[in-house]
Design a protein. Structure first.
Length: 328
């Protein structure tokens, strides 16, 4: 049964167990989803890391064994926001690992199967002496087959158009396990709704801290859309917006979002703290869908939702956002 014929069902969670930061991709005739589980989010990991699901219709999801063979425990217990790329017959799992909000590094693991097991390649993707905190890797292959890795990292400088906090950057990939040393800053926080916390003790100082995270790149009509989540993930103020560019490396602009996120936002009583999305083409090969997490009513777990993405003259929007199932 196709997703199009059961669209209202997708206003409710499609998988009700804890499954944050969902990344969905298609291989052959099967869709796979990988995300941050409760143990990964809370630093209580044991055994393999990252829950993984599969489906043929984006509706009925079957859990599989966890994907990543745990790397060196000294790297940390917090594993966040995995994403998978397929290239030359191999699957590459990008993720971050660290100790709570300290020294989070980007890494990559490989497998011959989309569901794993994935084995870590043994080194960080970014120089830890230059970047001690990076999260939310998102691989993107452009039309010329060149791969790029988008990610979130911390910035301490401040200007009229850039506030201190977590922002977005990209690096060109030399290969699937190695990045070019030069990075390009994509987007920085500049609006009040993107505030994470103030005051916040970070890097030995007190900051008015803002956050952009969870980059997701999608090309539409020769333009590049960098979807991202802004604000504080534990709260109802979290939401999804985007920047637009004519080139994969930018410059990107998210002008027009000054009053709040334009794609996903909290709808009281219906949707709480939606964010960290990926985008996938549906079984009809025409409809794009946004896959994201949101809190349950009790705010005890983040669960996976899927909703149609509509490309309007005003920009990408969720179809019938107000129609999300009322929380009970």
């Amino acid at each position: 049964m196709g997703i199009t014929s059961e669209r209202p069902q997708h206003m409710a969670p499609v998988y009700d167990s804890y499954f944050a930061d969902p990344f969905v991709w298609k291989h052959l005739d099967t869709y796979y989803a990988i995300g941050t589980g409760e143990l990964e989010a809370n630093g209580r990991t044991t055994g393999n890391i990252f829950p993984i699901l599969r489906t043929s219709d984006l509706i009925n999801w079957q859990p599989l064994d966890n994907a990543l063979v745990r790397p060196d425990p000294r790297l940390g217990n917090h594993f966040w926001a995995p994403a998978v790329a397929f290239c030359d017959g191999r699957f590459y799992l990008y993720y971050s690992v660290g100790h709570e909000d300290k020294r989070h590094q980007l890494r990559v693991a490989t497998s011959d199967s989309p569901q794993g097991p994935y084995i870590d390649c043994g080194k960080p993707l970014l120089d830890l002496a230059l970047c001690s905190f990076a999260i939310d890797p998102h691989p993107f292959q452009d039309a010329d087959n060149q791969w790029y890795l988008f990610y979130a990292k911390d910035f301490l400088d401040r200007t009229d158009n850039a506030r201190a906090g977590t922002g977005l950057a990209v690096a060109k990939m030399r290969g699937m396990t190695c990045l070019e040393p030069k990075e390009t800053v994509i987007l920085r926080a500049r609006s009040d709704w993107q505030r994470f916390q103030s005051p916040r003790l970070m890097y030995g100082g007190i900051w008015d801290w803002h956050t952009l995270e969870g980059p997701c790149i999608h090309k539409h009509h020769d333009q590049y859309y960098c979807f991202y989540s802004g604000g504080r993930w534990e709260t109802e103020n979290y939401g999804v917006d985007y920047g637009i560019a004519d080139n994969v490396l930018g410059p990107y602009s998210d002008a027009g979002n000054e009053l709040g996120p334009r794609v996903l936002r909290t709808i009281p009583g219906r949707l709480i703290g939606p964010g960290h999305n990926s985008i996938i083409r549906g079984p009809d090969e025409r409809t794009d869908y946004v896959v994201f997490h949101a809190w349950n009513q009790q705010m005890t777990r983040r669960v996976m939702h899927i909703a149609p993405l509509v490309w309007t003259q005003a920009g990408p929007r969720i179809d019938s956002l107000e129609a999300f199932t009322k929380l009970s």
